[in-house]
Design a binder for this molecule. Structure first.
Ligand SMILES: [Zn+2]
Ligand SMILES: [Zn+2]
Length: 139
């Protein structure tokens, strides 16, 4: 079976591989506290990918499920071997969409965020990019 997609991605150790074909229309740079905690960085760049375009090509990511006030979810998926964060699924407010981490892609060039969100949490040493800005989530 041919297992090549337009966009190929993998974790840092290569155990988990996945891909998708459609160029992401929604790319956000998020400064929220959860993105800081879970990524270990100042911000996380996430790509919205349709669930039915997403193909797992190797390995089995491990899911950590959040429990929030409105119910169960989302699930944060990562490689259990190397710990790389890969994608978020089961998003109650975005049914049918996964959010893939930019850093998991094999080719990062050509993918640019379309907006910056949770800028209220952006640290003051970060120079804001020339993008639409939202204090929290876009209304
Ligand atoms: Zn790995
Ligand atoms: Zn965030």
């Amino acid at each position: 079976m041919e297992s090549t997609r337009k966009h190929m991605a993998q974790c840092a150790c290569g155990a988990v591989r996945f891909g998708f074909d459609v160029d992401p229309v929604l790319v956000v740079l998020c400064h929220c506290l959860d993105c800081k905690k879970a990524s270990g960085g100042e911000a996380l760049c996430l790509l919205g990918v349709a669930e039915d375009d997403f193909t797992l090509l190797g390995g089995q990511p491990k899911a950590f499920r959040y429990t929030c006030a409105s119910g169960n979810g989302p699930d944060r998926n990562f490689c259990a071997d190397c710990g790389s964060r890969l994608f978020t699924s089961n998003l109650l407010s975005f049914p049918g969409l996964l959010f893939v981490t930019l850093g998991s892609l094999d080719r990062l060039e050509g993918i640019r965020p379309g907006m910056e969100i949770f800028t209220s949490r952006r640290l003051d040493w970060v120079t804001p990019p020339d993008l639409p800005q939202f204090d929290t989530m876009p209304g």
